[in-house]
Design a protein around this ligand. Sequence first.
Ligand code: ZN
Length: 463
Amino acid sequence: MTVNSIFAETILLSDGWAKNVTLSWDQNGVITSIDKETSKVSKSTAAGPVIPAMHNLHSHAFQRAMAGLSERREKGKESFWSWREIMYSFLARITAEDVQAIAAQLYLECLKYGYASVGEFHYLHHAIGGKHYDNLAEHSHQIVNAAKSTGIALTHLPVLYAYAGFDENDLAPAQARFKTDPEMIMKIIMETEKAATQEEYRYNTHVGVAPHSLRAVSTSMLKDMQNMLHQHNPNAPIHIHIAEQMKEVNDCISSKGKRPVELLYDQLPVDERWCLIHATHLTDQEVTHIARSKAVAGICPTTEGNLGDGIYPMVDFLEQDGRYGVGSDSHVSRSPVEEIRLLEYGQRLIHQARTVCADENTASVGRKLWCESAQGGAQALALNSGELAVGKRADFLVLNDQKPDLYELESDTILDAFIFNGNENLVRDTFVAGRQLIKNGQHASEEKITQNFLRTLKKLKSN
Ligand SMILES: [Zn+2]
């Protein structure tokens, strides 16, 4: 049954750009009909070009509160590992209420910049000092509450974190708040699902699991986790940090005699339910493993740049039809435009060429990277979304083509200019499962959410 519809003069559908389209959806936010060459019959008219929304496949929400605060050289050469120390000391002060306040602000910003959903790779499970809450899913509930308060679609991924290194080393005191085992993660999953299935929000929350990395989880534990998860829900996604830093790759070789991606594919049946985050350091063979398995490569260009990780081997991967999506990860940027722009620019700088990610089928870099990232992101988050077609969720954006950066543009040039022109946010409206959450750049609960976030920042600063 159709409950709502919108008329769009210009819209990017799964089969290409179309004119004068009425898009309709049912009470679950699933598209029921797409009528082309219609005249304006819908009550509501899109005030600009309509494109599929982006899906943010990798987030550590609490890091939003420390974005921009670790950009100083203090101890000689700074690295990912010295940044991690700063992050741990920040994290040691965060309470469950803080998690909710920070995540709500982040999710609000994500919606404003064009993300319809977020994959929350959530590893802060226990209270300050590492004591367990009575309800192991206390922090996960706060994440669900934050998502509810903004309306963003959430794929919650509680993190399995057991060891401090490839040799199953004990966790450091700073990691006590992360410590979990597969049974605990299943309890968190069940509790989170219970919280998420209340009221209308049940269509907007999915749950999977995130074994933190091969540093933090043994392959036998990973197999147990995968079996338990897929007995519970055969379609649930699995995300893992895989090869972010060369030190990680070298430690894996020293301990296991194999590189991380090689080890993972050797030990487990990786398929399209998997998302490999920061698969940055790969051999040719590992690129082929990932592409053939149909797993999604989760690329986070602004964070990978910020942390000095390295650049994803995108050209080889695209040649093998690899699937990918983007994530804001540490949230130094909350804009998918910036992730995709940097993804392409990294390749241009390496290859000393232009329009590197385009190909003979899709000449527009903007169109190719936006659409494929949206589809890959939806796959990674187990969402029936990523493109505008009957049967898919109505997750879409209305762009502001009255701004100089988009004025009087047509078809693919709209996406090219959206991504590669200027710094203004050109997202006017954001719809998630047919619900309009951002209207003319604003969210209905924005003031309350932001005031709460500012109070939290003040408190964290004074601690
Ligand atoms: Zn991460």
